[in-house]
Design a protein around this ligand. Structure first.
Ligand SMILES: *Cc1c(COP(=O)(O)O)cnc(C)c1O
Length: 421
């Protein structure tokens, strides 16, 4: 049942403290149901690329135009990675160097904007990301922020309202994409509204990149000036970011990633991104993405049948947002109760939230990681039942013990990357 980590075997003899902590984390991951919507499990090949000699290499610049010698193999790797990214998303150009999704967004903003310019992104409490204009993030410090949200009644983006808000605010850039929006996003509408108000359209595809890659969600690429994404969520790659853009913006995007926001690229991570993109281009990935969405729908149905309220009533993608406001239970307490029962999720604000972001009145639940593990619709029924049991009786120890037992048994039936499967 080992997930195969040769590096941690070496560490056992030279750095026991770190070795033990990694082993503890590995056991934690294998023995619980990972339902944090932004997490996933990478393949052994994606992981293998990370623990390589590439971490030694400085390769500032882009392939063919580096500031350091000895970059022949770095060029080869980064060229393959860029070609796979552009092919997978049907984009003109890709920069695969951003160390994270936040770094990708920083490059996307500063390629087109100056400090003080106005951006318009989804409000954090409505499902947006910190980098979409939160005051505690660089985006809220450097830019003047006008937010949009979702309708309180049905939890959906109201595109007429968005258009009116954009006409009033006249932002220089509109950001589409979210971290906690369970429904299909109309990127074409975002593109039209941005054109109408003469704004750039940046799409942050982080959460649903894998679904778009597999055509289970419409692509923003024809409708955006720049598309940013993480590589470690539904795309199932290593932690990192990518920026995609049209050919006319290629130079400015490359210059903004380096030297504006970053120094040397992480070549081991770029190699790993290349492997993950290769996997996403292979035929099996479309089936994976389809099962992610099917599982989310099944889980939503199972929860609804048990009287659990969902923002927007359900899901079109890989995540659901549980609204706990009809219960005497906060998101924080629900998260803790579920974790004790072996199900890992995160508390989340809901539209119209009245509690603090550290407490919240909602839960975000996602299916990418459990789907990677092999769980299907039958298991989603079972898991939905367990989640409802815990939400109904969050402080009942026998319920927690019973669910924990079921989770342990289910995890044993679906070992991660078992070579026998
Ligand atoms: C996860 C996420 C990010 C940030 O990714 P990091 O790699 O954690 O910096 C940015 N935007 C959205 C919409 C996200 O969901």
């Amino acid at each position: 049942m080992r997930a195969g980590h040769p590096a941690s075997d070496l560490l056992a003899t030279v750095d026991e403290a770190i070795h033990l902590a990694i082993e503890g984390e590995e056991k934690r991951q294998l023995g619980q149901l990972e339902m944090i919507a932004s997490e996933n499990f990478v393949s052994p090949s994606v992981r293998a690329a990370l623990a390589t000699v590439l971490t030694h290499k400085y390769a500032e610049g882009v392939p063919g135009r580096r500031y350091y010698g000895g970059c022949a193999f770095a060029d080869e790797i980064e060229d393959i990675c860029r070609a796979r990214a552009t092919r997978l998303f049907d984009a003109d150009h890709a920069n695969v160097q951003p160390h994270s999704g936040s770094q990708a967004n920083m490059a996307g903003y500063f390629a087109f904007l100056e400090p003080g310019d106005r951006i318009m992104g989804m409000d954090l409490s409505h499902g947006g990301h910190l980098t979409h204009g939160s005051p505690v993030n660089f985006s809220g410090r450097f830019f003047d922020v006008a937010s949009y949200g979702v309708r309180e009644g049905d939890g959906l983006i109201d595109y007429d309202e968005l258009r009116d808000a954009a006409l009033r605010a006249r932002p220089k850039m509109i950001v589409s994409g979210a971290s906690a929006y369970p429904r299909t996003i109309d990127f074409e509408a975002f593109g039209e509204i941005a054109r109408e108000v003469d704004a750039y359209h940046m799409c942050d595809l982080s959460h649903i990149a894998g679904l778009v890659a597999a055509s289970h969600h419409p692509s923003p690429v024809p409708h955006a000036d720049v598309v940013t994404t993480t590589t470690h969520k539904t795309l199932r790659g290593p932690r990192g970011g990518i920026v995609l853009c049209q050919a006319e913006h290629a130079r400015v995007i490359d210059r903004t990633v380096f030297p504006f926001t970053q120094g040397g690229p992480l070549m081991h991570v770029i190699a790993s991104k290349a492997v993950a993109l290769g996997e996403a281009l292979a035929p099996g990935f479309a089936d994976y993405a389809r099962r992610v969405v099917e599982n989310a729908r099944e889980l939503a149905a199972a929860l609804r049948e048990r009287g659990v309220r969902l923002v927007s009533g359900g899901t079109d993608n890989h995540l659901l947002l549980v609204d706990l406001r009809d219960r005497d239970l906060s998101g924080k307490d629900a998260e803790t109760a579920l974790e004790e029962a072996g199900i890992t999720v995160n508390k989340n604000t809901v539209p119209g939230e009245e509690r603090s972001p550290f407490v919240t009145s909602g839960l975000r639940i996602g299916t990418p990681a459990v789907t990677t593990r092999g769980l299907g619709r039958d298991e989603m029924r079972t898991v939905g039942g367990w989640i409802a049991d815990i939400l109904d009786r969050p402080h009942d120890a026998p319920t927690a013990r019973r669910v924990r037992g079921g989770v342990t048994e289910l995890c044993a039936r679906y070992p991660l990357f078992d070579p026998g499967r």
